[in-house]
Every structure is written in structure tokens, then in C-alpha cells.
Design a protein around this ligand. Sequence first.
Ligand code: ATP
Length: 708
Amino acid sequence: MFHFVRCSRLAQGSERLLRSRYSATKPGELLLLQHSRSGQQWTRAPATHSTSSTVIRLWGQAQKVLRLAARRHSKSPKVALTLFVGPAALTVTARLLGSVAYCQADFNNNLPPESHAKEKVPEFSWAVLWEFVRPQILALIGAIILAFGAAALNIQIPLMLGDLVNVVAQHLREHAGNYMRDIRAPALKLLGLYGLQGLLTTGYIILLSRVGERVAADMRKTLFSSLLRQDVAFFDANKTGQLVNRLTADIQEFKSSFKLVISQGLRSVTQTVGCFVSLYIISPKLTGLTVVILPCLVGAGAIIGSFLRRLSRKAQEQISKATGVADEALGNVRTVRAFSMEDRELEMYATEVDKSAAMNEALGTGIAVFQGLSNIVLNCIVLGTIFAGGSLMAHNDMSPGDLMSFLVASQTVQRSLASISILFGQMVRGISAGARVFEYLALEPTIPLIGGGRIPHKSLSGRVDFMNINFSYPTRPGNQVLKNFSLTLPPRKTVAIVGESGGGKSTVAALLERFYDPGNGVIMLDGLDIRTLDPSWLRGDVIGFISQEPVLFGTSVMENIRFGKPSATDAEVVAAAKQANAHNFIIGFTEGYSTVVGERGVTLSGGQKQRIAIARALIKNPSILILDEATSALDAESERVVQEALDRATTGRTVLIIAHRLSTIQGADIICVMSNGKVVETGTHLELLSKGGLYAELIRRQRSNGQQ
Ligand SMILES: Nc1ncnc2c1ncn2[C@@H]1O[C@H](COP(=O)(O)OP(=O)(O)OP(=O)(O)O)[C@@H](O)[C@H]1O
């Protein structure tokens, strides 16, 4: 899909970025809206024909090569420095060229891909399924061969039963010969057949469950990894419960269908075909009768099937909606309890569950009607064959053994067709479950997790420039949060952002973390556009983020702190905890650093959680520290201890503090006052006070509210 792109004269961005975010997705399909000579009109031009985009293309490719090399040589400072200078030089060159356009999407087109995806019905892709099945292909072929063999043996059974009946009938008629001797051979043959068929069945079920489990496990891992890679905006738009549902229920449904369709489906189809051949050999006349009915059955099945498929998809979506409600309520059980909202949550859940039950009932009714109809038709076929077969026997056109074979074979056909009709319902569910799983596999994040330049730690000064940023959250494109926002965080200085609630303060931090990319404008780190830098390096090594409500994981204190730097030794963890004023309370626990903190850290106090979060941020020795209202949720005593830890943590780092309580930021080097997404004042505490503007007004308001 083509996204309209506006270009200004500044040069930033790369081909990959442009292609993935704003334009067509295949190389060479990059389309830009170029500024015409008159400067008034925008014209559309293929990238390959424009000088500017060719530069972007070359620049992007050169950077990619350098980034790759930089990653490989990250241990060698000299090489890494050269490779770092490369992308920087390329950025500068691109800017000097002037004609290279910095492009950005229209606000209306800045929606996350899932908001487009939501409108379309997820499609099942056989090609994607093949990718999962391919590694298991040998086992699958083995299972298919064994299942096919078992089915082929099943076809023989009616014929052998016929032979057996003929021996019995002959003895009844003639009372001659040795019954035991005559019956032994066909009976033993039949017994052998039963034994072999049992073995083959065991074999294919073992192989198939292996294939099914491995395919499902691969799907789970791939889907989980794909979900983890998605943009933060994706999670703003989708409930976690619904996502978890795709990982669990949908994959389970798909796996069951996959196994069932291959095992029973293959057997039923083979048996149906094989037994029809046997039927034809036994009596072409009788077989003709049954064949007439089949095309009608198949046609009716296809029509009912497409209806059932739609119904099944809707029912599954409804189940995941219900899971979403339950997940939210259980995940926030304390808030629910605090507001006594159990009944309301239950009501909401019950409404969604009832809807899903109604849909599944309708689906069940549809499947039942389909099965009922097909059973009636199949039974009528059997009745007709007995009737017609009897008359053929009366005219000596058929032996009793043949009629027996015909009946058993037609019973096998009936059973197989009945199980095909059941499988059909299962397949409908399986395909729509699979489509829902594959939907998110194909989703590409607009901000990659890794890839891009890195600045060697020694030469990183930590200067950050927000330049003319305009930004709207993708889920609310109409609500512009930042308007032409510019701010500089000088190296190793503390900058505080204050302002009214909802003014966009936390959004500034989210943009620096690259949780979102701005609509237009640039964020620079040491003079480099952060979109050209490796996001995993930026988040993992450069920025330490401490928020108002730190989230801990349900593991030990040690592991929670180590989350900031997985390679950290125990000694490093302890050092970080000491820096964060956390060591003393941690060793006060009976289990010390091995204490498990409970889900999301519920067993710790707010101040303790916050100090562990500070230790977690400090252990990576970040050059930039973001404190997003880090002490505002604490009482006075906890705040004092945490503030002490923070004061220590901020020395020698570039710090961005987002604060409500103005008393905590009076010592900041620069205070930036935001209102309505814009910077309205900057200066030191005293400068702003003497100015008598919004800052002075905020101070006055807080004093009168007793918050100072
Ligand atoms: N993930 C999101 N999706 C959509 N809109 C959001 C999102 N996060 C914040 N907003 C909106 O963006 C605006 C700015 O929010 P932000 O959190 O940056 O303000 P703030 O100044 O930090 O507020 P506060 O001081 O109350 O924390 C608000 O109108 C908010 O509703």
C-alpha cells in the first residue's frame, strides 16, 4: 500500500526506514512525494529516478554495511571508532547534499499496522504453514505412509470378510470338506491383517503427535518472538489477553485440527476411495447408485462450510475478547478489589463469555445440521444398497459373500464420510485459528529491535537534541501531543520537564527511548539521528529508565537487578544495589538477594521496588538517565531514601527528569516548562521564578495546595 509522503529539505532517514514506514515494501517501489521547483506542489516520483532518493538508498546501504561491520568488530576500539565515524560522516554528507529529503508520513497515515490489519480478515497461508512443517517433513511423510498403509489394509478387510463368509456359506450349503482346514487360511490372513493394521496405526499416531507438538512449539516460539518485536504502539492497540489467547488457545486448536485432519482425514479419504473401488469391482450397478448422490453432498458441504468458517472465526475472536477482559481484571486485581468492582468485572466477563457461547452454539448447530443431513443421506444410501443387493442376490447376480463385502465396504465408506464431515468442522476451526496465529507472524514492526550504528562508550558525550518534534500517538492520530517541540539535554547536565498533567512530558521520554518515532522532527544523540542508531544499544546500554511505577518480575531480587545487564556478576549486582540504597533492606530479608518478589513485585513496598528499579537501571551504567516521576508515588520517608539514591545516580550523567512535585527539581541545570505539547519557558529555578510566568504560577499553585 502506498503511503503519501511529504518531504522537507533536510536530510535524514534511510531507505529501509522509508520503505518500511511510509512507502511500498519492495525494493525499487519506494515512492516519494517531492517538492516541485515552485515549492508549492508535491509530485510523486519513483525513488530510482530521483537524485535525492538515490542518495538515501546509497546512504542507507552504506550504513547497513558499516553497522554490520561495527557489530562484528565491536571489541576492537580502533575499528569500531572508524566504523562509527562512517555512519556519522554519511549523515553529515547526506545533510550537506541538501537535496536529500527527510520524509515523514501524513498524520492520518501514521497508524500502526494493526489498525489496518484489524479491518481485514486474517488469511490462512499455506506457505507459512509449510515453513513450520518443513523441518518435520520426514516424520510427517512417515506418518502419512503409515496412515495410508493402515487405510489400505482397511480396504482389504471387507473383501477378506467376504471370502470368510463364502467359506461359511459353502459349508452351510454343501456340508462337505473340513471346515477348520478351509476356514483357517482366510481367518489367519484376516488376523494378520488386523495385527499389521494395529501396528501401522500405532506408528502413525506416534509420528503424527511428534510432528504436531513440534510444529505447535515452533509456532508458539515464533509468534512470541514476533509479538515481542512489535512496536509499543501495537500493544497500545491490542489487549495482552487477546495476544496470549493466540499463543495458547489458537495454537492448541490449530494443532488438534492439524493432527486430526492428517490422521483421520487421510485414513477416511483413502478408505472412501479404496472402498469405492472395491464396491465397483464387486458390483458396478450398486456402486453407480451411491455415486450419483456424492456430488450433491460435496456441493452442499462447500456452501455450508464457507458459512461455518465465518462463524468459527467470529466465535474465536469473541473468545479472545473474553480472555482479554479476564486478563485485565486478574492482572489488576488489587485495583478491582480496592474499588469493589468484582461484580462489574464479572458482569463484563459474563457478557463477553455469553456472546462467545452463543456464537459457538450457533456454530455447533451449523455443524450438527451438516452432520445430521449427511448421516441421513449416507444411511439412505446403505438402505438402498441392501434393497438393491438383495434383489441381485435373488437373481443369482451376487453371492452372499459379495453382498457381505459390499455391506461392510459401504459401512466403511459411510463411517469414513461421516468422519470426514466431523473433520470438516474441525478443519474449519483449525484454519481460522491458524489464520489468527499467522496474522501476527507477518506483522513487521516499524521500529526494528536491533540494527544501526553504535557510538563507542568512551566517545559518547550523552548530548540529546529534540528538534522540531511533532507527534501524535498512532492510536490517536487526531490528537497532536507534541507541537514543534525542541529541547537540548547538554552532556552530563540535569534537565527537568515540568508542566500541566497531560502536557506531553512522558511522551518526550517515550520518544527518546524510541518507543515511538516522531511524526516529524529529529531526535539526535551526539549529533546523530537516533533512527540511525541501534535501538537495542540505545535502550540496553545508553539509557536508564526509571518510572513512577516500576514493574519487577516474579523472580529473585538478584535476577531483577540483573535484568539491567544479564552478564553482570553477583558482585556487580550488589554494588548497584548499594548505589541505589537498596542493599541494606535486601540483606534484611531472610533470603537476601534470593528473595522472590512475587508477581510484578507485589511483596515489596513502593520505595523498595523503586530502589530495586534504580539498581536495575544503574547496573548498566547508562550515560543518560530518565526519571519519569520516580518519587511521586512515595511517602516522605521513602522519597528521602530514594531521592538520596537518585542524587547519587545522576552524577556524571545526562539526566532527564519528569516531575510533578516541583520541589524535587529545583537544583536542575535547566528546567523546561511544557504546556500543550510545547516548550513555553526554559531556565533555572531562579530565572523562571523571577520571570513570573507559568513556572512561577505552578510553584504558587503547589504551595497553596501544600505540596511544596
Ligand atoms: N500510549 C498512548 N496512546 C495514546 N495516547 C496517549 C498515550 N500515552 C499518553 N497519551 C496521551 O498523550 C497526552 C500526553 O500524555 P503524557 O503522558 O505525555 O503527559 P504528561 O505530561 O506526562 O502527563 P502526566 O503529568 O499526567 O503524567 C495525553 O493526552 C495522553 O492522554
